[in-house]
Design a binder for this molecule. Structure first.
Ligand code: NAP
Length: 255
């Protein structure tokens, strides 16, 4: 099992789904965790659950589309735990789902502010600290949509492709300072996001059988593995949970 004792790690989008599972997994491995999202009650509940199981956790309300919120989040981690070892840029939205030709420019743009600029905001706030201390891990949660166009998801595909490029650029700038920046494409995961996708019926992903999605525990374990050394091997790359080699390295069951 990974040992992250003494490490302080922030997870965005930790109110549910992959982010919540990741916060639990990181805390189980000994990390002090900050859970961030917009829904205060959910992150507070998850943090309390972690503490009930003997872990160390704090909840910080944060909208990643707002740079001031993200700055405050990073500062809170430093002032509470006296350090910042990891940042998991996981927060994301799939809505509004719909064709580009009929999209509403405002909601389309706001989704991009979360899925793309949110990743930039996290790295912009965390990198100066990590580079100065000569260590740190940043995991940007990516998607197959970063590399394959899908109907009805123009903002999501474009934002995930952009975030993937941010991972590569940040790696070029930060690797020599001892910071590992890595992407994780989780495959399809049984979360609320997939419920919305299925209800839309708009593209082949929405036609998938729910039973074909993996459990959120898989990306959570993979992120924990990346934070405990795996990211050094794959820095500047995107790790995919569809890749058998990665699954084996993480110790996940084979299909
Ligand atoms: P989810 O269950 O819908 O959870 C999304 C999380 O993001 C929630 O905690 C949500 O919390 C948070 N969030 C949304 N907007 C936010 C904002 N502006 N600021 C802060 N937090 C925000 O989805 P999920 O499946 O766990 O997705 C997690 C990540 O995995 C996303 O980046 C997604 O694109 C990626 N991903 C998912 C799949 C999949 O099949 N599920 C596949 C590939 C990639 P609040 O609403 O409380 O803010």
């Amino acid at each position: 099992m990974a040992d992250l004792s003494g490490k302080a790690i922030i997870v965005t989008g930790a109110s549910r789904g992959i982010g919540a599972a990741t916060a639990f997994e990181l805390a189980q491995s000994g990390a002090s965790v900050i859970l961030a999202a917009r829904t205060d009650s959910e992150i507070k509940h998850n943090a309390q659950q972690i503490r009930n199981h003997g872990g160390e956790a704090e909840a910080v309300m944060c909208d990643v589309s707002k740079y001031k919120d993200v700055q405050a989040l990073i500062s809170h981690c430093e002032s509470t735990f006296g350090r910042l070892d990891g940042l998991i840029n996981n927060a994301g939205v799939i809505e509004p789902i719909g064709h580009l030709a009929t999209s509403d420019p405002e909601t389309w743009g706001h989704a991009t502010d979360i899925n793309f600029k949110g990743v930039y905001h996290g790295m912009r706030a965390a990198l100066p600290i990590m580079m100065a201390q000569h260590h740190g891990t940043i995991v940007n949660v990516s998607s197959g949509a970063a590399h394959s166009p899908l109907e009805g998801w123009s903002h999501y595909c474009a934002a995930k492709a952009g975030a993937h490029m941010l991972t590569l650029c940040a790696h070029k700038e930060a690797a020599t300072s001892g910071v590992n920046v890595v992407g994780l494409s989780p495959g399809t995961v049984a979360t609320e996001m997939q419920v919305l996708i299925k209800a839309s019926g708009i593209n082949p992903v929405s036609q998938m059988d729910t039973a074909d999605h993996i459990d959120a525990e898989w990306p959570a374990k993979t992120i924990t593995w990346l934070c405990s050394g795996g990211a050094a091997e794959y820095a500047g790359q995107e790790v995919s949970l569809r890749d058998e080699t990665i699954r084996k390295q993480v110790g996940l069951a084979q299909d």
